[in-house]
Design a protein around this ligand. Structure first.
Ligand SMILES: NC(=O)c1ccc[n+]([C@@H]2O[C@H](COP(=O)([O-])OP(=O)(O)OC[C@H]3O[C@@H](n4cnc5c(N)ncnc54)[C@H](O)[C@@H]3O)[C@@H](O)[C@H]2O)c1
Length: 346
C-alpha cells in the first residue's frame, strides 16, 4: 500500500461526502471524488481546496454507467472506497420508487463489481437508522432488529446492506456499514454545508430557510406523539463528527482490525432531541422567532429514535464531540453565507 492510502469518495460533492473529503485530506489520505452532480455542485471542490489546501481529484461520473466507473478504477489504484452516492429524499422515493431502486442499487452493484475487478477490498457504506423503523426499545443498538422500511429509499439501504453482507462473505471485500442518525450542521468555516436542491425535507434546513425568509413558515408534523412535548424525537449529529467517524472506520479497515468482513456501527450522539426542543434552541441562540404551524402527522415518520453509541465508542474509538448548539450555529452560519451571495452555479 502507498504511504498515503488513496480513497475513492463516491458522492463526494454532496453534504456528507464533502465534509468527509475534508476530514480525509486533513488526516493525510489521497482523495479522489466522483459524483454525477445530480444533487450537488462542482464548486464544492474549490471549497474543499480552500479549507484543506489540497485539491482532490474530481471526475464527473454517473455510477449507473459501469464502463465509466471502471475507467476511474483504471486511472487510480484505490486502497478503499467510501460510498455516499445515492438519492436520499424519502418522499420522492415514494413517488418514484423505480428511480430510487435503479440509482441506489445499480450504483452499488457496479461499485462492488469494480472493486472486485480492481482488487479494492475495503468499503465504507452510508447506511441509515431508517433500517430500524420504529424500534420497540430505545436506544437502538446494532442488534436491534432491522424492520420493514417505511419507504423505497429506506428499502434501498436495507437491501444494500444485504448485498454487501453477501458479497463480502463470498469475496475478499471488507465492509463497514455506518448507520447514520440525523446529520446536520455545517463546516465551521461556513464554506460547505447542506444544500438541498428544491424543497428541503430535513428539519435543520427547513428551520434555517425559514429564519432566512426563504420559507414563509414551516409545519411541525404532529404534536400528539407519545413524547414529553408531543413532537417527534431524533438523534441529531454534527456533520463534522459524522465525517470523523468515516475516517475511524477506514482506519479500522486499513489496519485490518475488523472482526468480520461485514460490520455495522450506529453513528449518533445517543441523545434524543424533539422538534420543539430544536426550534426553541434555534430561537434562543439566534434571537430569531421562527414562524411555524402545527399540522397532522406526516406519513412515514416514526415517533422517536436515538442511538446506543457504545459500540462505536468501544470498538471504533469514536464519540461525537460537538453539541446541539454547534449544529445550530454552524448551520445558521452556512445559511447566511448562502443568502448573502449567489453560490453554486451549475
Ligand atoms: N443526509 C442524511 O440525512 C442521511 C441520513 C442517512 C444516510 N444518508 C446517506 O448518506 C449518503 C450521503 O447523503 P448526503 O446527505 O450527503 O446526500 P447528498 O445528496 O448531498 O449527496 C449524495 C451525492 O451523490 C450524488 N449521486 C447520486 N446518485 C449518483 C450516481 N448515480 N452517480 C454519481 N453520483 C451520484 C449526488 O449528486 C450527491 O452529490 C447517501 O447515501 C444517503 O442516503 C444521508
Amino acid at each position: 500500500m502507498n504511504s498515503k492510502p488513496c480513497i475513492l469518495v463516491t458522492g463526494g460533492t454532496g453534504f456528507i461526502g464533502s465534509h468527509t473529503a475534508v476530514a480525509l485530506l486533513q488526516a493525510g489520505f489521497e482523495t479522489v471524488i466522483i459524483d454525477n452532480l445530480s444533487n450537488s455542485y462542482h464548486e464544492v471542490i474549490d471549497r474543499i481546496d480552500t479549507i484543506t489546501g489540497t485539491r482532490p481529484a474530481f471526475h464527473r461520473v454517473d455510477m449507473r454507467d459501469d464502463q465509466s466507473l471502471n475507467e476511474i478504477f483504471s486511472l487510480h489504484q484505490f486502497d478503499a472506497v467510501i460510498h455516499f452516492a445515492a438519492l436520499k429524499a424519502v418522499s420522492d422515493s415514494v413517488d418514484q420508487p423505480l428511480l430510487y431502486y435503479h440509482n441506489n442499487l445499480v450504483s452499488l452493484l457496479n461499485l462492488i463489481n469494480a472493486c472486485m475487478q480492481h482488487k479494492t477490498d475495503k468499503l465504507v457504506f452510508s447506511s441509515s437508522c431508517t433500517v430500524y423503523g420504529q424500534p420497540e426499545q430505545l436506544p437502538v443498538t446494532e442488534n436491534t432488529p432491522v424492520q420493514k422500511p417505511h419507504s423505497p429509499y429506506g428499502n434501498t439501504k436495507k437491501i444494500s446492506e444485504e448485498i454487501l453482507r453477501d458479497c463480502s462473505a463470498a469475496s475478499l471485500l471488507n465492509v463497514i456499514s455506518l448507520r447514520y442518525f440525523n446529520p446536520c450542521g455545517a463546516h465551521d468555516t461556513g464554506l460547505i454545508g447542506e444544500f438541498p436542491i428544491g424543497k428541503p425535507n430535513n428539519l435543520m434546513p427547513v428551520i434555517t430557510q425559514t429564519a432566512a425568509g426563504i420559507i414563509p413558515q414551516f409545519e411541525i408534523f404532529g404534536n400528539n406523539y407519545n413524547t414529553p412535548d408531543g413532537s417527534c424525537i431524533r438523534d441529531y449529529i454534527h456533520i463534522s463528527d459524522l465525517a470523523d467517524a468515516h475516517v475511524k472506520a477506514l482506519e479500522r479497515l486499513i489496519r485490518k482490525q475488523n472482526d468480520s468482513c461485514f460490520e455495522v456501527f450506529n453513528v449518533g450522539t445517543g441523545t434524543g432531541i424533539s422538534v420543539l426542543e430544536m426550534v426553541n434552541a434555534f430561537e434562543r441562540l439566534t434571537g430569531i422567532k421562527l414562524k411555524h404551524t402545527i399540522s397532522g402527522r406526516r406519513a412515514g415518520d416514526i415517533e422517536q429514535i436515538w442511538a446506543d453509541t457504545s459500540k462505536a465508542e468501544n470498538v471504533l474509538g469514536w464519540k461525537a464531540k460537538l453539541t446541539l448548539d454547534d449544529m445550530i450555529l454552524t448551520a445558521w452560519k452556512w445559511q447566511q453565507q448562502l443568502t448573502q451571495k449567489t453560490v453554486y452555479t451549475k
